[in-house]
Design a protein around this ligand. Structure first.
Ligand SMILES: [Zn+2]
Length: 433
């Protein structure tokens, strides 16, 4: 997907989402395509699909279970294009769809628990608040290239509610007790989350905070926390490619958080309320100092780096116990790894292709902790600064990461061998403890 234009009207009384999505899609496959596969929610229906010139396109839709994920049920559609779409060319289609927005907790994605609740809801891809491209299988979905895309949105809600986003709010039109938010991306985004709640909005410079009513007393304090964290990273890793203009969007605990400079930082209520939970915000802010992953699918070592950073920043700014936390983190990883043969036999470098990137948070964090311990903070920071400043306008691979640390200090080489290319870390960390 290269661009998304959304018009969504939410009727909370009827629990009804009425949507229209204009999607610009690139044919990423190597061959001509006659059909565009689409998915909407299992309680949604596609009313019609239009070509760019306004012509109605023929399509079929049916409630379908993923071929390799028996708990994931969707309404899958196949839209027939009037002419073959050649590789790398794009088409734009408009999908009119409507139905109930429901969570997907039964799939194991416990954080996808949204419904149209005036206290809080979120429009995002996981619950098909807008159509997704691809065949109904986990493997096919993973194969869809996740390119950054631009978005524009017109979201209509009761006027007591605020639509939050990482984008620019161009306009808020109010009529008959309803408010329409007109939003546009500032820069291409890797994902789109539009949380909706009776938010209080705090703004300073390019930074906007959407705070839930129960926590509005914490709004100003939040800016102090953000400023200190931004300064911490800027001092060590240098300037971002652009002034940090981003949104922090508070979500209730348990909804999962995602963060991106352009798409917005979702943080849970817990992160706002308790000092020790600011780590969550530090984790997300650290992602601002990541270039995009070159690998597809990525082992997501950036998650390990962000986890390492969250403890380090918390120690520096809030007096957290870095060494103690890393040591108990190691013990915890060993306990989990002992019970999981895949982890003790799959190297981090393979986590992307083996669908194990969730382990990057722990194994990756301890990789960076090992580099920190052996190389020292000054060398660590110099290596990462050089890497980030050299790649921030493009992409970064695991190979780039290794080269950056090894050229800063040769002693990084065996650390990458133990933690990234083999699972020797298990013997080193766990068989001595
Ligand atoms: Zn993260």
């Amino acid at each position: 997907m290269a661009a998304l234009d959304l018009r969504i009207d939410l009727d909370y009384a009827r629990q009804w989402l009425d949507g229209r999505a204009t999607i610009t899609i690139e044919n990423w496959t190597g061959s001509d395509a006659d059909v565009v596969p689409l998915e909407v929610g299992r309680l949604m229906k596609i009313d019609f699909v239009l070509a760019e010139d306004g012509r109605a396109l023929p399509f079929e839709q049916s409630i379908t279970v993923y071929s390799d994920w028996t708990l994931r049920q969707v309404n899958a559609a196949r839209v027939r294009m009037p002419a073959s779409v050649t590789p790398r060319s794009t088409v734009r289609i408009t999908v009119k769809y409507a139905g109930h927005l429901v969570g997907a907790a039964e799939t194991g994605m416990l954080y996808v628990r949204e419904r149209l609740d005036p206290a809080f809801t979120v429009l995002r891809s996981e619950s098909f608040a807008f159509p997704q491209i691809g065949e109904p299988s986990n493997e096919a979905q993973r194969g869809v290239p996740r390119r950054d895309f631009t978005f524009s949105a017109r979201i209509t809600v009761p006027d007591s509610l605020v639509v939050a986003s990482g984008g620019e709010v161009l306009e808020r039109q109010v009529a008959n007790g309803r408010a329409t938010y007109v939003i546009r991306s500032r820069h291409p985004v890797p994902f789109l989350n539009l949380p909706i709640a009776p938010y209080r909005v705090f703004e300073r410079g390019g930074i906007r905070a959407y705070v839930l009513p129960a926590d509005s007393a914490h709004g100003e304090e939040l800016f102090g926390v953000i400023d200190r964290a931004l300064a911490w990273f800027t001092t060590r890793y240098g300037e971002l490619p652009r002034a940090p203009a981003f949104s922090v969007m508070e979500i209730p605990d348990g909804y999962g958080s995602q963060a991106d400079l352009a798409a917005g930082i979702m943080i849970t209520a817990a992160a706002l309320q308790r000092v020790e939970n600011r780590r969550e915000l530090y984790h997300e802010i650290s992602h601002l100092w990541n270039a995009r992953d070159a690998e597809m699918p990525s082992p997501r070592w950036n998650e390990g780096l962000a986890t390492y950073f969250e403890y380090r920043v918390a120690a520096d700014l809030d007096g957290g116990d870095y060494a103690g936390t890393m040591s108990s983190y190691g013990t915890w990883l060993c306990q989990r790894a002992r019970a999981n043969e895949k982890v003790t036999s799959t190297a981090l470098a393979q986590y992307g292709e083996r669908d194990m990137a969730g382990w990057s948070y722990t194994v990756g964090a301890l990789l960076f902790h090992a580099l920190d311990t052996t190389l020292g903070r000054a060398t660590f920071d110099r290596a990462y600064r050089t890497l980030y400043q050299g790649t921030k306008h493009g992409t970064v691979s695991l190979g780039d990461l290794e080269r950056a640390f090894v050229s800063a200090d040769r002693r990084a080489k065996p650390i990458f061998a133990d933690w990234v290319h083999t699972t020797r870390w298990y013997g080193l960390l766990c068989e001595t403890s």
